[in-house]
Ligand binder design. Structure first.
Ligand code: IMP
Ligand code: MG
Length: 187
């Protein structure tokens, strides 16, 4: 099957109110920029642990790690708070699946920081386990109403001030994670 055919079928069921915001090339360019910074910032680190927050960050972590040139390990955690396009405000993590992170350099890899609730809760839970350092990376950070960026995200690819995003790991009710571009759902 030709790749063009594959592509059009993959995009066939996109909602009519969606518009492409960042294509694969733009995403990879920004991910490389972040990776360069991480390689630089952790060059003294003997053992960086990157923790991907499932499910949304699986593609971001997979692409990011390809550009990391220092010793690195990965773990995954699952977090959930959204139903449809609304946060339920009730965030849960499965921390039991994670081994010890004490005295380790830990970098959380999140898909989107929106209200910041999920990342604040996860940061606080991991901090209790006394890692050597703890930082946050997110593919997208949603801007505040005044256009400012939330504190506490050390590395991000895109600052977004619009609506709900799908594709490249981001879902609405578990759909559209497979798209290789990021699309915005217009109101
Ligand atoms: P927060 O707790 O409000 O910061 O929401 C963070 C989580 O909600 C992220 O980890 C995403 O999984 C999900 N989320 C927030 N905004 C979007 C979006 O536009 N599209 C898909 N998922 C989103
Ligand atoms: Mg998430």
């Amino acid at each position: 099957m030709k790749s063009e055919t594959l592509k059009s079928e993959k995009y066939a069921d996109l909602p009519s109110n969606s518009t492409e915001l960042y294509n694969r090339e733009q995403i990879l360019t920004e991910i490389q920029r972040i990776a360069l910074q991480i390689n630089e910032d952790y060059r003294e680190s003997e053992d960086l642990l990157m923790i991907g927050v499932l499910k949304g960050a699986f593609m971001f972590l997979a692409d990011l790690i390809r550009y990391i040139q220092i010793p690195v390990r990965i773990e995954f955690l699952s977090a959930s708070s959204y139903k449809g396009t609304c946060s339920t405000g009730n965030v849960k993590f499965n921390l039991e699946s994670l081994g010890t992170i004490k005295n380790q350099d830990v970098l959380i890899v999140e898909d989107i920081v929106d209200s910041g609730l999920t990342i604040r809760k996860l940061f606080a839970s991991l901090k209790k386990q006394e890692p050597k350092s703890l930082k946050v990376s997110s593919l997208v950070v949603k801007k505040e109403k005044d256009g400012s960026i939330k504190e506490g995200v050390d590395y991000y690819a895109f600052a977004h001030s619009g609506g709900f995003l799908i594709g490249y790991g981001f879902d609405v009710d578990e759909k559209y994670r497979n798209l290789d571009s990021i699309f915005e759902l217009l109101p």
